[in-house]
Design a protein around this ligand. Sequence first.
Ligand code: PLP
Length: 409
Amino acid sequence: MLDEQKIRADFPILSREIHAGKKLVYLDSAASSQKPSVVIDAMDHYYRHSNANIHRGVHKLAEEATDLYEQARKKIAVFINAPKQKQIIYTRNTTESINLVAQSWGRKFLKAGDLVVLTQMEHHSNIVPWHMLVAQLGIRLEFTRVTPDGKLDLDHFKQLLAQEPKLVGFTHMSNVLGTINPAKEMISLAHAAGAITLVDGAQSVPHFPVDVQDLDCDFLAFSSHKMLGPTGLGVLYGKLDLLRQMDPFLGGGDMIKEVKFSGFTPNELPYKFEAGTPSIAEAIGIGAAIDYLSELGMDSVEVHEQNLLTYGLERISEVPGVTVFNADPRNKGGVIAFTIGSIHPHDVAQVLDRSGIAVRAGHHCAQPLHEVFSIPATTRASFYLYNTKNEIDAFIEGLFAVQKYFMAG
Ligand code: PLP
């Protein structure tokens, strides 16, 4: 069990007041999480005490900065159970990690007519990089259907696998439906069909234990800023043989072993994929975030969010006119996307904001998924380890007020 009050005291921003004295109720962690003091302090300490560029210097500060930066890589490897540290590539975010796979693996190993299978519940960041390969190489894309109750249609998935795709990419957990896909089973089916697998872990790695060896995924992408760490730092995990075969993504300093006027020799892993001065303080920040999450235990984080979700789904069903997209708490993370009658989702979010309640409205970078449900937008409340049932009560009270305000008019 998480100690709610102790955890909340670790997050300075949670004691902020909004709109003249309203208590902040932050229900937008699926977009970006808040940061505990240990993360803010680790980054602050780095800038005050050890700030220098990494790898290239021989002086004390450069050595300290390099150590801290590489220690964070080790923490990430342990956190997702990667066999080796060099399988952890630092990027800027999940989006860049997926683009890296599309450009470095896709452009080398895919050709015109090859099939990539995605799902209808993907975030734009796991659609557009593949659209770009359609334009660049002439590959084909197919999207596994989503059922009306917001689950992945596994029969359709199997039908698509029968077409022998070269790569299967899917989100571990939908940022709109909250649906947690059966990743291990899907990966095993994809491998049996001869495909390599890319898991978008942007919404899974922050919220429940993810073990890359157990999943047997070929690639896993995720972002620091959704798991208590800073923005500007993403991760790509990859299997060694694949990473070794791939060409560099970006060119420049650090990713080379040798440069001549006639060409270059790429560096060893993981540096082959890390061109230019990286996000050093941010790597140190995610290291601190991982220490914090590990101390709490990801199993406990998962249980806490599951309790919040079950409670939230129960309570929201009391509000007249609400439609929740995937209202089944089983295999679902702490995300509730909904509409209230014909009230515009932005209006819902704006009225809630006046009470200090932060939710998101729009297509949440999953426009094709909203098209499947024939709606332009939803309002989304999302939970994390620092949220409480009292906050859900405040949110529901806010929804009743929205409902009354618009329905009465
Ligand atoms: N994939 C999923 C499922 C997401 O929820 C997000 C962000 O909302 C992303 C990818 C993109 O993450 P980032 O913007 O950090 O690259």
